[in-house]
Design a binder for this molecule. Sequence first.
Ligand code: HEC
Length: 159
Amino acid sequence: MKKLLATLLGASLVSLLGACGGGGGAAIPDTPEGAAFEYRHGVMEAVAYKVARLRSMAMGEIPANDAAFAKDAKDVAALASMIPEGFIPNSIVGPSIAKPDIWTNKADFDAKAMEFQKNAEALAMTASAQGFEAAKGMVQAVGQGCGGCHRPYRASREE
Ligand code: HEC
Protein backbone atom coordinates (compact mmCIF):
# COMPACT_ATOMS: atom_id res chain seq x y z
CA MET A 1 0.00 0.00 0.00
CA LYS A 2 2.78 2.40 0.94
CA LYS A 3 4.58 1.51 -2.23
CA LEU A 4 1.44 2.03 -4.32
CA LEU A 5 0.90 5.43 -2.77
CA ALA A 6 4.48 6.44 -3.48
CA THR A 7 4.08 5.32 -7.09
CA LEU A 8 0.84 7.24 -7.49
CA LEU A 9 2.35 10.31 -5.90
CA GLY A 10 5.41 10.03 -8.10
CA ALA A 11 3.24 9.74 -11.21
CA SER A 12 1.19 12.82 -10.37
CA LEU A 13 4.32 14.80 -9.61
CA VAL A 14 5.75 13.83 -12.96
CA SER A 15 2.57 14.88 -14.78
CA LEU A 16 2.50 18.15 -12.84
CA LEU A 17 6.05 18.89 -13.87
CA GLY A 18 5.16 17.98 -17.43
CA ALA A 19 2.35 20.52 -17.38
CA CYS A 20 4.61 23.42 -16.46
CA GLY A 21 7.70 22.60 -18.41
CA GLY A 22 8.87 20.24 -21.11
CA GLY A 23 6.68 17.41 -22.36
CA GLY A 24 2.90 17.45 -22.27
CA GLY A 25 0.58 18.83 -24.92
CA ALA A 26 1.30 22.48 -24.22
CA ALA A 27 5.09 22.39 -24.22
CA ILE A 28 6.85 25.70 -24.63
CA PRO A 29 9.11 25.46 -27.69
CA ASP A 30 12.82 26.17 -27.31
CA THR A 31 12.66 29.07 -29.77
CA PRO A 32 12.75 32.91 -29.57
CA GLU A 33 8.93 32.81 -29.58
CA GLY A 34 8.88 30.34 -26.68
CA ALA A 35 11.35 32.52 -24.79
CA ALA A 36 9.17 35.60 -25.41
CA PHE A 37 6.16 33.75 -24.01
CA GLU A 38 8.08 32.75 -20.86
CA TYR A 39 9.37 36.30 -20.45
CA ARG A 40 5.94 37.94 -20.68
CA HIS A 41 4.41 35.28 -18.46
CA GLY A 42 7.01 36.14 -15.81
CA VAL A 43 6.31 39.86 -16.20
CA MET A 44 2.56 39.23 -15.80
CA GLU A 45 3.09 37.08 -12.70
CA ALA A 46 5.20 39.85 -11.15
CA VAL A 47 2.61 42.48 -12.07
CA ALA A 48 -0.13 40.35 -10.50
CA TYR A 49 1.91 39.92 -7.30
CA LYS A 50 2.62 43.64 -6.96
CA VAL A 51 -0.90 44.83 -7.80
CA ALA A 52 -2.40 42.32 -5.37
CA ARG A 53 -0.21 43.84 -2.65
CA LEU A 54 -1.24 47.38 -3.58
CA ARG A 55 -4.89 46.32 -3.46
CA SER A 56 -4.48 44.56 -0.10
CA MET A 57 -2.83 47.65 1.37
CA ALA A 58 -5.49 49.96 -0.08
CA MET A 59 -8.22 47.76 1.39
CA GLY A 60 -6.56 47.52 4.78
CA GLU A 61 -6.04 43.75 4.53
CA ILE A 62 -2.31 44.02 5.14
CA PRO A 63 -0.46 46.80 6.97
CA ALA A 64 0.28 49.74 4.69
CA ASN A 65 3.55 51.55 4.65
CA ASP A 66 4.25 54.72 2.61
CA ALA A 67 7.61 53.52 1.32
CA ALA A 68 6.54 49.96 0.45
CA PHE A 69 3.39 51.25 -1.24
CA ALA A 70 5.31 53.77 -3.35
CA LYS A 71 7.90 51.15 -4.30
CA ASP A 72 5.31 48.60 -5.40
CA ALA A 73 3.62 51.26 -7.55
CA LYS A 74 6.95 52.22 -9.11
CA ASP A 75 7.73 48.57 -9.79
CA VAL A 76 4.36 48.10 -11.50
CA ALA A 77 5.12 51.07 -13.78
CA ALA A 78 8.52 49.56 -14.66
CA LEU A 79 6.97 46.14 -15.30
CA ALA A 80 4.26 47.74 -17.45
CA SER A 81 6.94 49.24 -19.68
CA MET A 82 8.30 45.70 -20.18
CA ILE A 83 5.02 44.24 -21.49
CA PRO A 84 5.06 45.17 -25.23
CA GLU A 85 8.48 43.67 -26.01
CA GLY A 86 7.27 40.24 -24.86
CA PHE A 87 4.71 40.09 -27.64
CA ILE A 88 6.88 39.31 -30.64
CA PRO A 89 5.20 38.06 -33.87
CA ASN A 90 4.02 34.43 -34.07
CA SER A 91 4.42 33.86 -30.35
CA ILE A 92 1.10 32.21 -29.51
CA VAL A 93 2.94 29.08 -28.43
CA GLY A 94 2.52 26.31 -25.83
CA PRO A 95 -0.02 27.30 -23.16
CA SER A 96 -0.34 30.91 -24.43
CA ILE A 97 -3.83 32.38 -24.36
CA ALA A 98 -2.84 35.57 -26.18
CA LYS A 99 -5.26 36.54 -28.96
CA PRO A 100 -4.09 37.12 -32.56
CA ASP A 101 -5.77 40.57 -32.41
CA ILE A 102 -2.74 41.77 -30.43
CA TRP A 103 -0.73 41.74 -33.65
CA THR A 104 -3.45 43.13 -35.91
CA ASN A 105 -3.97 46.01 -33.43
CA LYS A 106 -0.42 46.28 -32.05
CA ALA A 107 -0.58 50.07 -31.68
CA ASP A 108 -3.75 49.81 -29.58
CA PHE A 109 -2.28 46.96 -27.52
CA ASP A 110 0.88 49.00 -26.85
CA ALA A 111 -1.26 52.03 -25.97
CA LYS A 112 -3.12 49.95 -23.37
CA ALA A 113 0.20 48.92 -21.83
CA MET A 114 1.28 52.59 -21.87
CA GLU A 115 -1.92 53.74 -20.17
CA PHE A 116 -1.44 51.06 -17.52
CA GLN A 117 2.13 52.32 -17.04
CA LYS A 118 0.99 55.96 -16.78
CA ASN A 119 -1.60 55.11 -14.12
CA ALA A 120 1.00 53.22 -12.11
CA GLU A 121 3.44 56.14 -12.46
CA ALA A 122 0.78 58.60 -11.24
CA LEU A 123 0.10 56.32 -8.29
CA ALA A 124 3.80 56.09 -7.45
CA MET A 125 4.23 59.85 -7.74
CA THR A 126 1.29 60.64 -5.47
CA ALA A 127 2.37 57.98 -3.00
CA SER A 128 5.90 59.31 -2.70
CA ALA A 129 4.87 62.99 -2.65
CA GLN A 130 1.77 62.79 -0.46
CA GLY A 131 1.80 59.35 1.14
CA PHE A 132 -0.30 56.25 1.17
CA GLU A 133 -3.56 57.81 2.40
CA ALA A 134 -3.64 60.33 -0.43
CA ALA A 135 -2.77 57.71 -3.07
CA LYS A 136 -4.74 54.61 -2.09
CA GLY A 137 -7.85 55.65 -4.03
CA MET A 138 -5.82 55.51 -7.25
CA VAL A 139 -5.17 51.76 -7.03
CA GLN A 140 -8.50 51.03 -8.64
CA ALA A 141 -7.57 52.84 -11.86
CA VAL A 142 -4.36 50.79 -12.05
CA GLY A 143 -6.29 47.55 -11.46
CA GLN A 144 -8.76 48.39 -14.21
CA GLY A 145 -5.88 48.25 -16.70
CA CYS A 146 -5.76 44.44 -16.31
CA GLY A 147 -9.29 43.78 -17.49
CA GLY A 148 -9.07 46.60 -20.02
CA CYS A 149 -6.35 44.70 -21.83
CA HIS A 150 -7.32 41.10 -21.01
CA ARG A 151 -10.87 41.48 -22.34
CA PRO A 152 -9.83 42.25 -25.93
CA TYR A 153 -6.44 40.50 -25.99
CA ARG A 154 -6.47 37.44 -23.74
CA ALA A 155 -8.61 34.36 -24.30
CA SER A 156 -10.92 32.55 -21.85
CA ARG A 157 -9.80 32.92 -18.20
CA GLU A 158 -11.25 35.90 -16.36
CA GLU A 159 -9.09 38.82 -15.31
C1 HEC B 1 -1.43 45.64 -22.26
C2 HEC B 1 -2.11 44.41 -21.96
C3 HEC B 1 -2.15 43.79 -20.60
C4 HEC B 1 -2.19 44.43 -19.38
C5 HEC B 1 -2.24 45.92 -19.07
C6 HEC B 1 -2.22 43.37 -18.38
N1 HEC B 1 -2.17 42.14 -18.99
FE1 HEC B 1 -2.05 40.36 -18.05
N2 HEC B 1 -1.92 39.40 -19.84
C7 HEC B 1 -2.06 40.01 -21.08
C8 HEC B 1 -2.03 39.00 -22.11
C9 HEC B 1 -2.16 39.24 -23.61
C10 HEC B 1 -1.86 37.75 -21.46
C11 HEC B 1 -1.77 36.37 -22.10
C12 HEC B 1 -0.33 36.10 -22.51
C13 HEC B 1 -0.15 34.74 -23.10
O1 HEC B 1 -0.76 33.76 -22.58
O2 HEC B 1 0.60 34.59 -24.04
C14 HEC B 1 -1.78 38.05 -20.03
C15 HEC B 1 -1.57 37.09 -19.04
C16 HEC B 1 -1.60 37.34 -17.69
C17 HEC B 1 -1.34 36.38 -16.66
C18 HEC B 1 -0.85 34.98 -16.87
C19 HEC B 1 -1.78 33.93 -16.42
C20 HEC B 1 -2.89 33.74 -17.37
O3 HEC B 1 -4.03 33.58 -16.92
O4 HEC B 1 -2.62 33.71 -18.58
C21 HEC B 1 -1.56 36.99 -15.45
C22 HEC B 1 -1.42 36.38 -14.05
C23 HEC B 1 -1.90 38.36 -15.74
N3 HEC B 1 -1.91 38.55 -17.11
C24 HEC B 1 -2.20 39.29 -14.76
C25 HEC B 1 -2.37 40.66 -15.03
C26 HEC B 1 -2.73 41.64 -14.01
C27 HEC B 1 -3.03 41.31 -12.56
C28 HEC B 1 -2.74 42.84 -14.65
C29 HEC B 1 -3.03 44.19 -14.07
C30 HEC B 1 -2.54 44.54 -12.78
C31 HEC B 1 -2.41 42.61 -16.06
N4 HEC B 1 -2.21 41.28 -16.25
C32 HEC B 1 -2.30 43.61 -17.02
C33 HEC B 1 -2.17 41.35 -21.31
C34 HEC B 1 -2.16 42.35 -20.34
